[in-house]
Design a protein. Structure first.
Length: 226
């Protein structure tokens, strides 16, 4: 989706932040809707069916919504709208860097989490990466996700034996992908083509008997390889 306009909905309860973010996103991103609470967010997302939703993790439920805690917050938006718009991806953008917030919204189904300290260019790159199917995390937040999901992958062999299955280049690609780099970023970092990155990732997953980059991230975290 690198050459196409990425359609985005911004969900945040501060109108001045929504306006500033809209102005800071690059021209390859089109904002097709905004919302300030979970109820209106679900409605806007289901109507506009964007490629990516940028949403805060702390949101009010909104007028007419249930008052229960599970009716509020970014994770409530994902759980309600996600099944209706399966092609839409969710990227958390929050001032919070608390581990519980990061883990909660990722468990709900967000494909990434970046902080509001990010520049407009950084947010734009993250939007494109998530639209392309990659996972994106602010560097200091990735560890929370790795710690939370690391237990999901069993350690069936010694780390050194597992790494011996990978070539030196495959190990480089593995570490970058596990840290949340997009394929394009890995290609630029290692001066190789996107196709070569894809080939290496496929080989790494096959050799380590993993099924996705999320399992790869958990695997690498559990072995303290990041």
């Amino acid at each position: 989706m690198a050459d196409a306009l990425v359609r985005v909905v911004i969900v945040d309860d501060h109108s001045i932040f929504r306006s500033g973010l809209r102005a800071d996103l690059d021209a390859s991103i089109g904002v097709v809707g905004e919302a300030a609470d979970t109820a209106s967010a679900v409605e806007v997302i289901e109507q506009s069916r964007p490629d990516v939703v940028l949403l805060d993790v702390h949101l009010p439920a909104g007028p007419g919504a249930a008052s229960a805690p599970e009716a509020a917050g970014g994770e409530a938006v994902i759980r309600a709208a996600g099944p209706v718009v399966p092609a839409t991806r969710f990227l958390a953008l929050s001032v919070s860097d608390a581990a519980e917030d990061v883990v909660r919204v990722i468990r709900a189904g967000a494909r990434g989490y970046i902080t509001k300290g990010s520049s407009g260019a950084e947010v734009s790159r993250a939007v494109h990466a998530v639209a392309d199917g990659d996972a994106v995390f602010s560097p200091r937040l990735a560890g929370f996700v790795l710690d939370a999901f690391g237990a999901a992958v069993g350690e069936t062999a010694a780390t050194s034996d597992e790494l011996d299955r990978l070539s030196a280049r495959e190990q480089e690609v593995m570490r970058l992908i596990a840290r949340g780099y997009a394929y394009k970023e890995v290609a630029a970092e290692l001066f190789i083509s996107m196709k070569t990155v894809e080939t290496h990732v496929s080989a790494v997953l096959r050799k380590l008997q993993l099924s996705s980059r999320y399992e790869l991230t958990a695997w690498a975290s559990a072995r303290r390889l990041l």
